[in-house]
Design a protein around this ligand. Sequence first.
Ligand code: AMP
Length: 540
Amino acid sequence: MRGTMMDVPLTVPLLADRAARYFADVEVVSRQPDRTLHRTTWGSVIGRARALAGALLNAGMRKGDRVATLMWNHAPHLETYFGAPLAGGVVHTLNLRLSPDDLSYIATHAQDRFLVVDDVLLPLLDKFRARAPFEKIIVVRHTPREAPAGCIDYESFVSSAGGRFDQPELSEQDPCGLCYTSGTTGKPKGVVYTHRSTVLHTMFVPFTDGLALRNSDTLLPVVPMFHVNAWGLPYGCALTGAKLVFPGPHLDAQNLLDLLERERVTVAAGVPTIWMGILDALEKEPGRWKLQPGLRMIVGGSAAPEALIRGFDKHGLRLIHAWGMTEMSPLGSCSWLKAGMREMPYDEQVRVRAKQGLPAGLVQVRGVDESGREVPWDGQTQGELQVRGPWVASSYTDMEGSEDRWTNDGWFKTGDVVTIDPQGYLNLTDRTKDLIKSGGEWISSVAVENALMGHPAVKEAAVVAVSHPKWVERPLAVVVLRDGARASAEELRGFLAGRVHSYWVPDAFEFIDAIPRTSTGKFLKSALREKYRDYRLPGC
Ligand code: AMP
């Protein structure tokens, strides 16, 4: 139609061009396995990504071919984020915390032709290489040892095309990225992102009312680049021209705090367990690290307890709570205060900030009850959270039998249980699979966990259902205490009284050393349910 707008395909090369043209001198810093810092720039990263794209095409890459990565967070990984899509390929980030069996299953299911791997991860690759379909293995060397037989050195590969790369024509509907869900319930499932979904998602990641990334920011993604593309933050930095600081494999609190201080980081992102460790370290050694005032810490992957938000506020550091899923690229929502809310009493503000917040631009949400009716936005009624949007998957890739995750009218069933308040803020109360139904009433395990983690002696808490002869299910709290702290079940019971409904207070408390984690650092509740399957509650 004449007289309307240009139909410019939304493709990753647009992001690459922008970073290279306007932010060429902005630094990209990577901490190496030996803890030294490697410094480069957006200009060099994109230049090398184009060279990598040229090399991939020379090596026989066809449109849509998958280029797997098995790497920590660092600049060559960022080069692959751009190199594979620029060449018309699909970057498939493998989760290095999965078992060799899962990795071989995923790489085979994805039909990964190429693999870019850190030399320090070769021992892991050895455990499944024979069962994986990789035709070419390209090794990023951080140590002086040679690339093993049958592998190609990354530096030689990147320079092999002699700097020649002609950008192939791409459609915005071409695939450019692939991530697998963690598969804690059933086989991991693949989600393919298109150039269009990636660019649209990238536009909303830095959005002012939300994560609010800007050019003057320095961002440290603690979240691994294999966990839903580090939540889209690297592409978001290309758009805004923010400086990136990658932590490499050193993810303990001390090492992270040293890096946050040294590189004057203004925004960091990670799961709650990372921030729990950091807060602990700050409390133990107050004044040791000089962090940027107002440092923002994006927290997602599982619910951020109110106590964590308050704890960081005391240090002048701000947690920003976001929710997302692999199937959503991943940004679903973010909690920020609407106009006027900053005048509310502090406690009320924290309650809003601890919610999962308002949907990201262009994402639609609804809560649906068991009879299929949409639940009212009263902040009380629970329903399954369903979503729609241009960066939400419409199916899993090559996975028959999972169509029931989508409704007939085209919404994705998240498996998360939600209440929505009259202002539109989402509050996740559970996973549908974690729900506890006691005497016909739902108990929110997340609310009980968050309340428990507000007790000064409690480091971590997870609440799971155990069977009960009268109520069918009752909650059991599994608690990890802080080093040297003490608290009895009686005390915790008393602490919860008045903070949650009385029938939500767990019937029993188990104290353990550590809560098992998933490969992305979340509490692995299925393992707890298994461990306490035959648990006898007192008096039963
Ligand atoms: P993944 O695909 O591994 O990122 O996992 C997505 C799931 O993690 C969601 O469906 C939620 O159950 C959970 N999740 C992510 N972010 C949050 C959050 N901020 N609060 C509560 N749960 C979350």
